[in-house]
Design a protein around this ligand. Structure first.
Ligand SMILES: [Zn+2]
Length: 254
């Protein structure tokens, strides 16, 4: 079964001790491709280093994460934008709006998000969107910049039924499902199957959000089959079919 981990931060220092082994374990578990979303200026060098070390399987994205949007956000974006002219990225990410921890930079977060959405149109790249306590704002920005022209992933989806329906009303978007779907309190697991399976992609968000029974541990891509298993149960499908069907979206847009 060939799986793609569409959102994994294996370039972070949490994996400095054993990155090679982590990737080996993932390959053995059937995870064959790794999409690496950037976070901020401090993570760029590590991101590039990891992508360069595994060029056939690790594919970097570039962008500014919403929780890293601060008073210097415009300077940070200028720096990041230039990088798109210097090397190849598979997507603009991760970008978005996060009003869970801190609303101080709400206006700036929205402005940075919309700027990066515009880049994705200009560069013809998909986006990886992080949303926390901010679906109304995120939907509004997408509608404003290009509801049908934009394409990408609502990463770590865990929204309400209504949010799921709104998300899928954007024709070129899919839902990134990770270990949270295996958690006992995952309400969205009850109605996830409203989404066509072709509009689901799998991710770990490693080192965060390890799926059950590894919840609380450092997450790693070799745990992705646990997410695939749960999605297979929800859809009443074979795990192998889930592997194939959840690759449809990435094959089309990435
Ligand atoms: Zn992430």
């Amino acid at each position: 079964m060939a799986l793609t981990d569409t959102h994994t931060h294996i370039f972070l220092e949490e994996f400095d001790e054993d990155r090679e082994k982590v990737i080996e374990r993932a390959l053995q578990a059937g995870v064959e491709r790794f999409f690496l979303p950037n976070i901020d200026l401090e993570t760029i060098e590590r991101l590039h280093r990891t992508a360069d070390a595994y060029p056939d399987i690790c594919f970097p994205m570039m962008g500014l994460h919403p929780t890293s949007v601060g008073s210097d956000w415009q300077r940070d974006l200028d720096h990041i934008r230039k990088l798109f002219d210097q090397r190849k990225y598979i997507a603009v990410g991760e970008i978005g709006i996060d009003l869970y921890w801190d609303k101080t930079f709400r206006t700036e977060q929205i402005a940075a998000f919309e700027t990066q959405l515009r880049w994705s149109l200009e560069l013809d790249l998909p986006v990886a969107i992080h949303t926390r306590n901010a679906f109304p704002e995120v939907f509004e920005s997408i509608s404003k910049i290009g509801a049908t022209a934009l394409k990408g992933i609502f990463h770590s989806f865990g929204g309400t039924r209504e949010e799921l329906e709104t998300a899928l009303a954007f024709p070129n978007f899919c839902l990134g499902i990770n270990g949270t779907v295996t958690f006992k309190n995952a309400r969205f697991a009850e109605y996830l199957s409203i989404a066509p399976i072709e509009r689901i992609v799998l991710e770990t968000d490693a080192p965060y959000l390890a799926p059950a029974p590894n919840r609380g541990k450092r997450n790693e891509p070799s745990f992705l089959p646990l997410v695939a298993q749960k999605v297979a149960e929800i859809y009443g499908l074979d795990k192998a079919d889930v592997g194939i069907l959840t690759n449809c979206f990435t094959q089309r847009f990435f």
